[in-house]
Design a protein around this ligand. Structure first.
Ligand code: LLP
Length: 424
């Protein structure tokens, strides 16, 4: 491990240094914590606007933001204003997108187990696309149309049987998966026949998502090659390659840009002779690097001959990715963002779990003390959205920063919130 400062390539686009201290969107990070408390998710709003615009430019009209990565009304509005559609995978995500005044016809409704109630809600609102994932769902849609709902536009989720190189939990395109209709066994063809022949469904095309945090973008070429004959035979008008583009979390990692990924996908589709309009559904690559999480250091416990534990005021409740996937993160002090990081610590949270680790092997400046603000970069995706309030730890606030102005977009949970629905 080197003692080099945190690489700026891992920070939001507007990250800048003033007297050694980090500012994002023109706002001093330590000052933001003084104002809003910690833990705090700090998002560079212009970064979000720019990645959404990049996706629209790269893939064109029809590209959707996968809102599971990070969703609040302010985020939904940014993606919509940039011209993106929005992928919602549950009634809850659908509700939040609608609450942000995103028109229903801009929404793509996903999910491997959509309930009758969720489908009814989506069809009442008139969502743009429903991505069907099972024959049971087809039955439910037919039932709802028979009861008077309008005929919805349908994409069929197909599992191409491609192994994307990523964590096993993040693979979705392999044969043994709960998602989609498998291509290999002929089940996908049967699903397309069923949907296109049904008077209760307007078949539009195919959706395939091969996994998440995929660094090897050649995996997409393989999926496209596997799907082309199928797409053309079924006269698909639309084809979405899903999301999944990997992002760098650590100093030694490097990522492809959304534009590079799109160029590969579009070129592969052209080369294979796909006739359908191509689209995609990025989540992580839109939001991950746009944010940092800021914590306050509470204890520093040195165990001689073993290691030093540095505990912060959050943990697995605001970032469960290390405990779920063994994910690695960098850490740094925003007051000294360009300083060498000679101290080795394990950054842990405040939960009653030994696995409550934020950064397994973190490097921080040698003069790190109690009360310091410590940040982890690249926490904009699957942090806040996968958060919990385990141990009744309060969910953090979210601020957006831009042009020297900070805006609270999600309030910190309060103790009263913890009992708001506890009516016993
Ligand atoms: N479309 C579909 C149908 C998906 O299931 C997903 C992610 C996406 C798009 C967006 O993928 P992205 O571009 O964000 O990779 N919690 C995990 C990631 C789970 C991804 C689930 N589906 C993590 O923290 O790494």
């Amino acid at each position: 491990m080197t003692t080099a400062p945190v690489p700026f390539e891992l920070l939001p686009n507007s990250a800048a240094v003033n007297d050694g201290a980090l500012s994002i969107g023109g706002c001093d990070v330590v000052g933001l914590v003084a104002e809003y408390g910690s833990p705090l998710f700090i998002y560079d709003e212009q970064h979000l606007i720019d990645t959404c615009a990049e996706a629209v430019h790269a893939f064109g009209e029809g590209v959707a933001y996968a809102s599971k990565a990070f969703l609040c009304k302010a985020m939904a509005r940014i993606a919509h204003a940039a011209g993106m559609h929005i992928d919602v995978a549950t009634g809850g995500e659908l509700f939040v997108a609608l609450a942000a005044d995103v028109p229903a016809d801009r929404l793509v409704f996903h999910g491997n187990n959509k309930s009758l109630k969720e489908l009814s809600m989506a069809m009442d609102e008139g969502v743009g696309r429903i991505v069907v994932d099972s024959f049971d769902e087809v039955d439910r849609i037919e039932q709802l149309v028979a009861q008077g709902h309008d005929v919805p536009n349908i994409l069929v989720r197909v599992n191409p049987g491609i192994q994307a190189h990523t964590h096993a939990y993040l693979q979705t395109g392999i044969a043994d998966s709960k998602f989609g209709f498998p291509l290999a066994s002929g089940i996908a063809s049967a699903a397309i026949v069923r949907v296109s022949e049904s008077e209760s469904m307007n078949y539009k095309g195919v959706h395939a998502h091969i996994g998440s945090q995929v660094f090897d973008v050649e995996s997409y070429r393989k999926a496209i090659a596997a799907l082309t004959p199928f797409l053309n035979e079924s006269a698909a008008e639309e084809f979405s390659i899903g999301g999944g583009l990997g992002v760098a979390y650590l100093a030694e990692e490097s990522e492809s840009t959304i534009s590079e990924w799109a160029a590969l996908v579009l070129e592969a589709a052209r080369a294979e002779g796909i006739l359908a309009r191509i689209s995609a559904e990025p989540g992580r690559s839109i939001v991950a690097r746009a944010a940092v999480t800021a914590y306050t250091v509470g204890t520093i416990k040195e165990i001689p001959g073993v290691r030093t534990y540095l505990a912060v005021d959050g943990g697995m409740s605001d970032n469960p990715r290390p405990v779920l996937y063994g994910s690695g993160y960098e850490a740094f002090l925003p007051r000294a963002v360009t300083s060498p990081r000679g101290l080795r610590v394990r950054i842990v949270g405040k939960h009653c779990e030994s696995g409550d680790i934020i950064v397994n092997e973190a490097a921080l400046p040698l003069d790190t003390i109690i009360g310091d603000i410590v940040c982890t970069p690249v926490t904009g995706a699957y942090g806040h959205s996968m958060g919990s309030n385990y141990n009744k730890v309060l969910r953090p606030a979210v601020v957006f920063v831009k042009d020297g102005v900070s805006k609270l977009v999600v309030e910190r949970e309060s103790f009263e919130d913890l009992v708001a629905r506890d009516i016993g």
